[in-house]
Each structure stands twice: as C-alpha cells, then as structure tokens.
Design a binder for this molecule. Structure first.
Ligand SMILES: [Zn+2]
Length: 1118
C-alpha cells in the first residue's frame, strides 16, 4: 500500500551529533516532553525534517496510502515516496525530479570512472596513473652524503641530520623535482647511499617486527643503532620519560640522525643547519652496518618525490607549525659520540596519511556523493560529504575494499587484494540525508525472485511489457504479481520507477509479513532488563548508587518509534551477587517486592506478572525501587559474584514474556562463586609470544558459547558494563555479548569522581541508540561471486545467515567474497544485503541495501578503485580473529606477506618499468604500509607496556564490530595542535602526523583514537596558555590526574573544550580524557599512540616498516 518515510526506531541522537553534549546539560534531568523527546537534547540543531519531527509510524503524517494523507512537501527530497498511494498507479508528479536517467548507473559497459578518481589520476600524471613511486635512493638523496666517517660534530646531533637545506630549500627542491628525474638535481647516488637503505639489507628473515626482540628486530632496516634509536624512546633526554625496561642502555644519540631529524627540515629551522650539516650528520661508521646485498645501481628515478605529490605541499600545512619545534633540543647534540645514523627515508617524502586525508577533503568534500554510478569509489571516511541515494547504498551502509572486482578468481588470487564489504545495516545518517523509506506491500509482502529469493531492487529487469522480471542475481524469470504490475515506458522502465524506493534507491525497508516472524507470530515489543552487581566492590565504589540514580531519569529515554509518545519497551530489574534478586514493580503495588533466588544452579524467574513493566505505568514503584537498592546493600560484605546465572535469568524472563530484548549487565569481578559459568583466574602474561598465547583470547569454558546460542534463539542481546579492579576474563565473559550482537564497555579501576561521566555518557547512549532485535542478515550476490566469510559480533548456525539477537546502529559486519565463476565487465557484480529485524516498537521489517560494482580484466583497474581504509578494516578483523587459532607472530607475518603480495602484484603488472630499487605504490594504496604497520603494532598483535590480557581481549572484541571510520582513527589516531587553533572559528586545527618529531615543546596537542583523548602539554608552553587552559600558573602545577579540563571563561579554554566536545560526539563511545605533561610518567603511554614512531615494545617506525615492505616486495619480484 503505502510507502512511508521510515520511522525512527531510535532517537536521532543515536549517533553523536553536535548537540549531543547538550545531553549532559540540565535539560537531561528534566522531564521529557511527551512527543518531543529528542528536542531536549538539542541534538539536531537546525531544521532537519526527517529527524526532528519524526513521523508517526503509521499515522497521518507518514501518509500511509490508506489514509491518503500526504507528507508535507518539505519532507525531504524524496517526498514522492511519502505521498499518497505509491503502490498502485503513478504517484504525484513530483517524483521524477532530480534523478538523472536511471539508466545511467547501470548501463552495461559504461564502467564509468569515478569523477574524482580521474581528476586524481591527472594530478599524478605519470602513466600508471596512480602509481606512487618510491625510490629508496631518494631517501639517500635527501640525506646529503654519507661519505664522512668522522663522528658528528657535537651539537649537530639533532638539527643537522637533515642534510637538506633549510625548509624552504629542501622543499622547493623536491617540489621542483616532482616529475623530474632524480638525477637532474642530485646526480647519481653514491653507492653507499643505496646501501644505507634497508632494502639492501640481508633478508629480514621473516621476523620483521617481532615484539620481544627489540634490539635485533629491525636489523634489516638500518644499522642497529638506528633501529633502536628510532622513535620516541630515542629522545630520552628531552622527554625524560621512563625508559621501557626492554630498552637496552642509554638512548643512542643516533636516533637523531637516524630517522626523524633528517626528515624534518622544518625543525631545523630554529637553528639553521650549519653548512657542515650536509656532510656532518652522517659521518659515522654505521654505514657499514647497513650494507646489504649489493645495491642495485638504480638510476635515480623520478619516483619518489613524484608520488609524494601532495606531500610537499603538505609542508605548508600542519608541519609548518613546527618551524620552531625542538627549540631546546640541544641535548641531542650533547650526546656522546653516537654512531652515525644511516641515511634513512625522509619521513616528509613518504606517503603522509594527513596529506591524503586533506587532499580527499578538498577534492571531494564539497560535492555530494551521488550513488547512481556503478563502481564509484566514495570519498574517504575522514571527509565530510553528503550522500544522495540514486540506486546504490550509501557508503555509510556499505564500503568495499575495491569497487572494481577482477573478472576471474585467478586474477583475484594473483592480486591478493581481499574482496570484502564492511556493512553497517542500521547506520545513523547525518540529519541532512534521507532515512530509508518504509515500503508496505500489505499481506503479500515484498516482491522477490522465485529462485534466489532476492528482494525487488533497482537492478531487476522488467520484461514482457512489465509482466515478468528477470533476476539480476540469478537470472531466473519471475511473474510480476498482479498487484505489482505496472507498464513500462519506451526505455523498458516501469513508469512508476521513481515512485518506488525499491526500484530506484539503493536502500529502503519493507514491512515484513507474518511469514517473516518467529513461529508465524508478530513479535511483541522488546524488553530491557537492568541487572546490577551489588557485591561489595560495586557498592563501595558508589557504582550501585550511581546506576540507580541514573536509571531514574534515563528510563524516560528508551528508544521509541517515530514520534510515539512513549517507548513500547518494557523494563525489569535484577540485582545480584552470589544470589539473584528479582523485583516485582507492578504498578498496583505500593512498594516494590523482592524475590531472592539462591539456587543459581537451576535458574528460573520467580515471577512473571510485575517483572517486566511499562515505565510510565509503574513509575512510582520503579523510583521507589531505585531509591531503595543502594540502601538495601549498603552494608553488604559479599564479595563473590555469579555471572552465568545472571544471563540465564534474563534469558528466561524474555522467554516467559515471549519477546526479544536486551540485558544491561553491570558487573565488577571474576565470577568465582559456585554456579554454572564459574571461572578461575587463568591470566598468564608469560604466554605472550608463545604458541599458547592464543588461549588468552579464547574462552576458558564452552558454557558461555552455549548460553549465547540460546540467547540468540530468543533474541536476547547482552550489553556488558565491566568495572574490574583486576583480571576478570573479558575473553570469556564477553562471549555472550559478542555472539548476541551486544556491546561491551570496560572501566578498569572505576572511580566515581574520575570515571562517572564517561560511564554515564556511554550508558545513556547505549540505552537510547537505535537497535533492531532478532536480526538475521543475508548477503546475496550476482552470479560469479559469493559471500564466504563474515567478521563481527554475531552468531551463525549455517554458512549464509548472520544472526544477531540485537543489532544496533554502531555495529558493522565485514563480509568477504570469493569467486565461484567468471564475472563480466558488462554486467558487473551486485550485492544485496537484507536485514530482517524487529524494531523497538515490535514491528518486523526488512532493510535492504544494494550495491553494484564494476568488474575488470585489467589488474590496473582493480588497483585504481581500492579503498585502503576499508582494506585495513578487513585485514585487522581478519588478523584479530586469527589470533584465536594461531600464534600472534604467524598472524603478523601473514599480514605482512599478504600486503607485500598485493603491492608486488601491482608493481609487476601495473607499474611502468623501473628499477628494482624503487618502491612503487598504487595511488589508492599508498597508505597501506603505514596503516598496516599500525595494525601490526596494535595491542592485540603486539601488546604495549602495561596492557593487560583483559585489555587485549576487550580491544579485540571492539575492533571486530568497528566501521571503517572507527578503525581508521583507532589505528592511526588524530593528532591536533590546539594551540594553533583559531579561537574565532568553528573549525578544527589541521591534524598532524603521529610522530614525536612533529610535536613542539611550546604547544599543546589533542590526540584521539576513539577510546581515549590525550591532552599533551609541552614543557615550554607559554604560561598564559597554561593559565587559560588549566587555571594554574605554571607547567609544574598542572595535575596529570585531571580527567576533564576546568571550565574557564576565556577563548582558549572554550575553544579547546569545544574541540573535545566535538570529538566526543563523533565517536560511539565517550573517550577517556588523559592529561599528559611532557617528560612526565604518563608520556610513555601517550607515545604508544605516536604510531609513526618506533614503539617502546619494538614496533617498527613507519620509515623502517616501509623499507621492510620494500624489501619483501623485492623478494617477491625476484
Ligand atoms: Zn534470483
């Protein structure tokens, strides 16, 4: 019947929005205004038709066909769908509007090259268009000469290393050299130079970046000193940060020479490099150490600089700020005769993530991304852009590793590029984009292919005057049901094309019929059950009281459908330690009643009537209960808890109520009390780097796997809030959460004062966010490829259906595809993701996302249409799953090997002929090495200092559900110089690269990775700034235990706090704020996030890793 604007199953602020912070404002505590729930949050400031005024689910506003009411014309671009009866006949004329001929998208053979793409190619001129050439020689080039063997003159140590002339000089040089052969300016490289490069080194011997072997690990890259000297640790004197235990001896002064310094012409600026620098910096013996296999005499190639295309300009960007960096670095110079550094790649001349991000923003941020074209690569996740759905799903729902798939499996294997899609079926859209429309076909349900059951979509071909349609997935021909018949126009297109979302849009929803429901019965609205640990630690820390207080107001913000006045979700309450307490909060009671179940071995729910209730009806009793709980357990001495029975109790309660739902469990300790699912402490850090390390990630009992399976069958999703003071086995406790599609949160050493804001923000968002229940997702593909593997938080009982007790707007599922036949360039490849779920009001729906991709017979087309951020998302998930079954080192080596193969295949088949000594990267993958290195250095694959077993299990679980934007910032954090921010503008300061050498002692920086925000304060920051930001008069008075910035009335304070607020609302979790003073203890922790540097636990620096990759690639090519 009618096609409606989809009702919102969740509040608009499900996704952090600028206004989200408003949440914490007084308004929150206030009474919700019925019917206008969201406005209080001030979330979507500004008029956003779709959001601010949610349309009633079936009401007049949404204009169901039956009622004949029509949507106000202002209702989003797609008004036609909202108007009148779309089902039959041609709807209002408004429809055809801005849509260009639909054929455009899928014309066979049209294989359009994305516009932006083309332009980029042009930019990079050289033939293999996207080629990024990186000649190792170039590195040598930047470094003047290696000739001298004399020790570096004292004092030159640091600044000088850059043989390159001062900033301007060095860059202009490179700039001009962009497309000119290296030789032109530099002449042939001295042999020594090339030798200095890692590539020349003896085989890396397969232990690229192995953790424990600090000193040795990077031997292949450069002389030993350099390897150790790289990275933060190398600057001990200045930083004063405690040295990691592993670091042997005093820092090698080398470092300076080693990597960074050379690269930093800018830094040098403070003290202009003495002329001597040119030769001085690299005088040392070390050269010999570097020698490897005979350096090929590579004629200088244009390569390096060229690929850098953007990098030079970059200098004017963030880096410029650093002109004055390291003003006080004299220490470096004073280092005792450091082994002279080998020449290294100039960090400024290797691909810069910041530059790539900036370029994409400026090239693609201004135009809307219109999805009408097949195989179009979307802008990067770091770019703000508007999406217009014209037949393919928005990249907010689906992103692919490549938008051009090899036609044959042989080609795919040859390239080693994984073919995967990262799907976020319920993604929250920005306010100015249109939510998927809800299509109601009445009792007949959605129209589907008879054979493969694919849902009607824009790619189905209508034939025989519209009486039948041919499936775009399996080619089967299906009769068009009489009620769905429509004539075709002269182009063969249905005349109602534009009026039906399922014919013209990439994403839409169908109202499901009873056939799509469990037991052929429409579902009841879901329930939320709050289960609170009331053991000694939880009570003593104030947690129990905090939760109860919060719930009193939070219960008024349960997700509701559209603009329903109240949520349909019922609530229930349980408290527990070694036993469980259920509460009867029936509205007719004067006081809540408690029922204790001490037989935890055989869990049952002692009451049905009065356990799950409507908040408004039982408000008084609920408030009374929440007031009483903290008092009831105030004097508890019970320290032991159970855990398995808690989930069982929630599950049984939902079963009894015959509904799906979510358990919110607030838990503090390892469940050692006698009960099913009892655990023992089996943490053992000695297992790290052994073959048994994988057991740390595996659950210690199968009990929870079995329980998870039962939960999924019932649609019981489990969200877990953990507050551990010691090991509590996240790997085991998290299983149920993981397999039911739930979320996990961990607040180690929870302290009320410092952690409550973070916890409460997470809880609020978690309770309110859009979520579907009892969900099943299936991905169908056109002939030739099929979905073969899945990554994410879900359960699978067969090979095709991804089951989730709950699926919220933040969760992604990464799907890998393999060939099972040949593809054709003409027809391309199609994906259709269908998600069946129950909305928060109990409505059964199908959400459909379609995406069409190009297919290619030339590898170059594959490499031109890849998306590295998505590739990294896939690779990280693949690796993080791998650690369950293989030694971590094996997993890491496999990752490196696969990426080397990807890049080697490109080099061999797509790049123009060039010397073997050159590293040539595909333009679209030029960041693959730096990002891959970040994944390899992440805590799961290479634990940092003080990272616990629980931390690793936790991170592993989080990453598995992350979308591409989240993995991007998680692995390569965003670093912002806030002292450079313009206090008069709303914009963020330009980000800079994650390396210590980019930090200036005179500045303050923010670094965020989606879980933490660090505020790093340099020792030389002006007193005035410190006063303005921290309210104290000197650096030494800044307290590093602060977890929030004081609210001070001055422009700088306001600006920094507003930036932090802005970052917070962009992330799905409230980030922990940590103040780091330069040279303070905490700085070690901070440095682990400077991912371009060598890490304290042995992770390679970007420069070193790039060299290593180059070597691996060369080996594959030889
Ligand atoms: Zn079919």
């Amino acid at each position: 019947m009618s096609v409606n604007q989809q009702t919102h199953t969740g509040p608009p602020y499900g996704q952090p929005q600028p206004g989200y912070q408003g949440y914490q404002q007084p308004a929150y505590g206030g009474q919700p205004l019925p019917g206008v729930p969201h406005s209080q949050y001030g979330v979507y400031n500004g008029p956003m038709p779709g959001y601010q005024q949610p349309v009633p689910p079936q009401g007049s506003v949404r204009a169901p066909s039956t009622s004949g009411t029509s949507l106000s014309s202002g209702h989003l671009g797609y008004s036609p769908f909202g108007q009148g009866d779309v089902q039959n006949g041609i709807p209002a004329s408004t429809a055809p509007m801005q849509r260009p001929p639909a054929s455009q998208p899928f014309l066979p053979g049209s294989a359009p090259v994305p516009v932006s793409q083309t332009s980029m190619l042009q930019q990079y001129g050289p033939p293999p268009a996207s080629v990024q050439q990186l000649s190792n020689h170039m590195a040598g080039m930047t470094i003047g000469s290696t000739s001298t063997s004399a020790p570096p003159p004292a004092g030159l140590g640091y600044g000088p290393p850059t043989s390159v002339p001062p900033v301007s000089g060095s860059f202009s040089a490179t700039g001009s050299g962009l497309y000119t052969p290296y030789t032109a300016s530099q002449g042939p490289l001295p042999p020594s130079v090339s030798q200095g490069l890692p590539l020349a080194q003896p085989p890396f011997s397969g232990q690229p970046v192995s953790t424990q072997r600090l000193p040795t690990q990077v031997p292949g890259f450069a002389s030993p000193p350099s390897s150790t000297g790289i990275g933060p640790s190398s600057y001990p004197p200045t930083t004063g940060a405690p040295r990691p235990p592993t670091m042997p001896g005093p820092p090698l002064p080398v470092q300076t020479a080693a990597g960074p310094p050379t690269s930093q012409p800018n830094h040098v600026s403070s003290p202009p490099p003495p002329p001597s620098t040119l030769s001085g910096p690299y005088p040392g013996p070390p050269m010999s150490g570097l020698r490897g296999p005979p350096p090929p005499t590579h004629p200088p190639q244009p390569g390096y600089q060229m690929q850098q295309n953007g990098s030079f300009e970059q200098v004017r960007g963030p880096q410029t700020n650093y002109g004055g960096a390291y003003p006080g670095t004299p220490n470096y110079g004073s280092q005792p005769g450091p082994p002279p550094p080998p020449k290294r790649l100039d960090p400024d001349s290797i691909p810069s993530p910041i530059q790539v991000i900036e370029d994409d923003r400026s090239n693609r941020g201004s135009e809307p991304f219109v999805t009408g074209v097949r195989g179009q690569v979307p802008p990067l996740v770091t770019t703000n852009f508007l999406v217009k759905d014209q037949g393919n799903a928005s990249p907010r729902y689906i992103r692919c590793t490549s938008y051009n798939i090899p036609c044959t499996s042989d080609m795919a294997k040859q390239s080693q590029v994984p073919l995967a899609a990262v799907i976020k079926p319920l993604a929250t859209l920005p306010p100015d984009e249109t939510l998927p429309y809800l299509v109601d076909h009445g009792e007949s349900g959605p129209v589907r292919c008879n054979r493969c059951k694919a849902y009607m979509c824009p790619f189905m071909q209508f034939i025989e005057g519209g009486r039948r349609f041919q499936c775009c997935f399996c080619s089967c021909v299906t009769e068009v049901p009489p009620h769905y018949f429509q004539h075709l126009d002269h182009t063969g297109k249905r005349v109602d094309f534009y009026d039906r979302p399922e014919l013209s849009l990439g994403s839409y929803e169908f109202l499901a019929t009873v056939d799509y429901c469990k037991n052929n019965k429409f579902p009841s609205p879901p329930a939320f059950i709050f289960m609170i640990d009331v053991s000694y630690n939880a009570v003593k820390s104030g947690l129990v009281r905090l939760i109860c207080e919060e719930l009193k107001s939070l219960l008024d913000y349960l997700p509701r459908e559209g603009n329903m006045e109240e949520s349909a979700i019922r609530v229930g309450f349980v408290t527990y330690n070694k036993v469980l307490h259920f509460y009867n909060v029936k509205s007719s009671l004067a006081q809540p009643q408690m029922m204790v179940v001490s037989d935890v071995a055989d869990m049952f729910v002692p009451l049905l009537d009065g356990f799950l209730v409507n908040v408004n009806e039982s408000r008084t009793v609920i408030i009374s209960l929440l007031d009483q709980i903290p008092e009831m357990f105030a004097d508890t001495r019970e320290t032991e808890t159970v855990f398995g029975p808690v989930i069982q109790a929630g599950l049984e309660a939902l079963k009894a109520a015959e509904c799906a739902g979510k358990l919110f469990i607030f838990h503090t300790s390892l469940p050692i009390a006698e009960a099913p699912g009892k655990l023992k402490n089996r943490d053992d850090k000695k297992l790290i780097n052994t073959d048994k390390e994988k057991t740390l990630f595996q659950p210690q009992t199968s009990f929870y796997n079995n329980l998870a399976k039962d939960c999924v069958a019932q649609g019981c999703c489990v969200d877990l809030f953990l507050f551990p003071n010691q090991y509590l086995d996240v790997a085991t406790l998290g299983i149920v959460t993981y397999q039911t599609g739930g979320s996990i949160y961990k607040y180690a050493y929870f302290q009320l004062e410092t952690d409550q804001d973070r916890f409460l923000n997470d809880l609020r968002r978690d309770v309110q966010k859009e979520v579907g229940f009892d969900a099943v997702m299936r991905v169908r593909t056109s002939t030739g490829i099929r979905a073969t593997d899945f990554f994410g938080a879900f359960f699978m009982s067969n090979t095709t259906d991804v089951e989730m007790a709950g699926l919220d707007c933040d969760k992604t599922i990464t799907v890998e595809f393999k060939h099972d036949d040949k593809l054709s360039e003409d027809s391309g490849a199609l994906l259709q993701c269908a998600l069946l779920y129950t909305s928060c009001a109990g409505q059964r729906r199908l959400r459909i996302h379609n995406l069409s991709l190009n297919c290619c017979t030339q590898l170059a087309d594959l490499y031109r249409n890849c998306e590295t951020d998505t590739l990294i998302n896939y690779l990280a998930k693949y690796a993080y799953r791998g650690v369950l079954n293989s030694p971590v080192k094996t997993v890491r080596d496999a990752l490196i090997n696969q990426c080397a193969q990807i890049l080697a295949c490109y080099r061999k088949n797509c790049a123009s002929p060039s010397s073997a000594g050159q590293l040539i990267l595909p333009e679209c993958m030029k960041l693959l090495p730096v990002y891959l290195n970040c994944v390899l250095k992440s805590d799961v694959l290479q634990p940092g200092l003080e990272v616990t077993t629980d931390d690793r299990a936790y991170i592993r679980q989080l990453v598995t559900s992350m979308d591409v934007a989240e993995t991007n910032v998680f692995f390569y954090p965003r670093l912002l110089p806030v002292t450079k921010a313009d206090v008069d503008s709303d914009s963020l300061p330009a980000a800079i690269r994650n390396s210590e050498e980019r930090l200036s002692k005179g500045d303050i920086y923010l670094l965020e990775n989606g879980l933490n925000i660090f505020v790093w304060v340099g020792v030389n920051v002006q007193q005035g700034l410190i006063q303005n930001l921290f309210g104290v008069s000197s650096f030494s008075q800044i307290s590093s235990t602060l977890n929030t910035l004081p609210v001070l009335e001055n422009p700088f304070s306001k600006k920094v706090r507003s930036i932090i607020d802005m970052l917070q609302v962009q992330r799905s979790r409230y980030m922990k704020l940590i103040i780091v003073k330069q040279e303070d203890k905490l700085e070690m922790l901070f440095k682990q996030f400077l991912v371009e540097d060598k890490s304290l636990t042995g992770g390679a620096s970007y420069v070193d890793f790039l060299c290593h990759m180059h070597k691996e690639i060369r080996q594959l090519l030889s």
